[in-house]
Write a protein of this length. Sequence first.
Length: 90
Amino acid sequence: MYIHYSLSQLTHLHTLVVSGNKLETLPEVIPKMESLTELHLCGCHLHTLPDSLSQLTHLHTLDVSANKLETLPEVIPKMESLAELNLHDW
C-alpha cells in the first residue's frame, strides 16, 4: 500500500485508520502527520515501528494489534502523550 506524501498536509487530521493493509513497514509520511491523535494500524503485517513515530507528539491512541511485531518497539516509551495502546495479538 502506498500513502501519498500530500497527506501530511492535512493539518487538521486527527484520526488515521490504515488497518488491514499489508504495509510491513510504516510509510514515511505517517510520522510527519503531526496533528494525529489516533493511529490505527491493526493487521498491517508490521514487523517493527520506527523511532520517527515519536514525532507524533499529540498521539493519544495507537492500535498496532494483530501485526507481526517480534518485540515491544523501542519507540513506545518515547511517546509521552500516549494514553491508549493496543498490542493485542502482536
